[in-house]
Design a protein around this ligand. Structure first.
Ligand code: PLP
Length: 409
């Protein structure tokens, strides 16, 4: 059998420069040009494959961007210094003073705070809506609405957005649909079902190591270039560029994402079913009882499951805190925010990652202060994990003993 000869720089680059199995890390903040004219043309955005200055782009960031574009099925992707760096750049690129945004009311607390508290200073207003009610959402669109923003699976309530339905509204009104897919990488591919821009906090599942902060914007080539424009690009001018060293590390970690997501999902599904069986108030998109179950089924890539996050509503903050402390004591996970780690992570969002949302609004959206968000880890023996969790609940009186008597553990 004859193999095609490697005959271009592009081929070599795909093999990793100098023959390494991983691309070399670009350890430079600035790049040389052989001619002054080429430097000028690069500033003007007229060259391809030229590097200028790492805040604009770097080979390591480009490799990670290419991998993320392939992951999300977008034409291109830019990487950023954090998920919030991606969200803020996208919003400020698309919206100007006097514009309006329609956003799901259940989004990450930082996103909510940015839209609610910071953007009005720049004359941008947001209507927070129930994303599962497409009819009423359509009525909140105004002549100055410039964006529909949601999370594919929301933080922390795990509401599932009907992305096909939202994409139809977005298309009919000519408004971009921006989807934060941080909770459901691989499980959902929003671009394939109509999203215009997909955002990822790489800090979570995609990196999976809880050792770095990063984000991504997956979109059309034109939009990604616009963000990098030296004169008016929000990515370039707000300065939320990812460091090349971190980009290279994330790219390597991302190579195992497909395996990790399958395990996160199967472990979360196991625990969710068990918690439901014993009568706990559990929410997980993989359960038939979840209001978004059918929507999720209709838009997911089934081989990656329903994701690694579930919530347990203990309806009381003290109980929730006691359970988290007990589970940590038994080494079942860590009392920590964030998600997508090998180890289970749990927190009470009402007093942590969603604390930016005022209490009355938390109540309106159904976020009780006894809600536990659990990012299920990669435990090899999830049955054993469940049994130990039950022991914690029993010891704390979270499960009535009568209920336990009927529960095989
Ligand atoms: N989007 C979601 C859904 C998140 O949960 C988070 C952080 O928790 C972010 C965005 C922000 O990401 P980062 O912390 O990387 O800025």
């Amino acid at each position: 059998m004859k193999y095609k000869a490697i005959d271009s720089i592009q081929d070599l680059h795909n093999f990793g420069e100098f023959g390494g199995v991983n691309p070399s890390i670009s350890d430079s903040s600035t790049y040389t040009f052989l001619s002054a004219k080429k430097m000028f043309d690069t500033f003007e955005g007229k060259t391809e494959g030229c590097y200028l200055y790492t805040r604009h782009s770097s080979p390591s960031n480009l490799y990670l961007g290419e991998a993320l574009a392939a992951l999300e099925g977008s034409e291109a992707a830019n990487v950023t210094a954090s998920g919030m760096g991606a969200i803020t750049a996208v919003i400020l690129q698309i919206c100007s003073a006097g514009d309006h945004i329609v956003c799901s009311r259940t989004v990450y607390g930082g996103t909510y705070a940015f839209l609610k508290n910071l953007l009005p200073k720049f004359g941008i207003q947001t209507s927070f809506v129930d994303i599962t009610k497409l009819d009423s959402l359509a009525h909140t669109i105004q002549s100055n609405t410039k964006m529909i923003f949601c999370e594919a699976v929301s933080n922390p309530l795990l509401e599932v957005a009907d992305l096909r339905g939202l994409a139809k509204i977005a298309e009919n009104t000519n408004i971009p649909l921006v989807v934060d897919n941080t909770f459901s990488p691989l499980s959902i591919t929003p671009v394939k079902i109509g999203a215009d821009v997909v955002i990822q906090s790489l800090t979570k599942f995609i990196n999976g190591m809880s050792d770095g902060v990063a984000g991504a914007i997956c979109a059309s080539k034109d939009f990604c270039l616009e963000l990098k424009d030296v004169n008016a690009g929000a990515g370039m001018l707000l300065g939320s560029t990812l460091d090349s060293q971190r980009a290279a590390a994330i790219l390597k970690n991302m190579r195992t994402l497909h395996i990790r997501m399958q395990k996160h999902s199967s472990n979360a599904m196991y625990l969710a079913k068990k918690f439901e069986e014993i009568g706990l108030k559990v929410s997980y998109p993989g359960l038939r009882s979840h209001p978004g179950h059918e929507v999720m089924k209709a838009q997911m890539n089934p081989e990656f499951g329903f994701g690694g996050i579930l919530t347990l509503d203990l309806e009381d903050l003290d109980k929730a805190n006691a359970l988290m402390e007990a589970m940590q004591h038994k080494n079942l996970g860590y009392l920590a925010v964030s998600l997508g780690f090998y180890k289970t992570l749990f927190s009470a969002p009402g007093t942590s990652t969603s604390s930016e949302i005022p209490i009355d609004e938390q109540k309106k959206m159904g976020l009780s202060n006894g809600l536990l968000r659990i990012s299920v880890g990669l435990d090899h023996d999830i049955e054993r994990t469940f049994k130990s969790m039950l022991e914690c609940m029993l010891a704390l009186g979270i499960l009535p003993r009568e209920q336990m008597a009927t529960t095989a553990i």
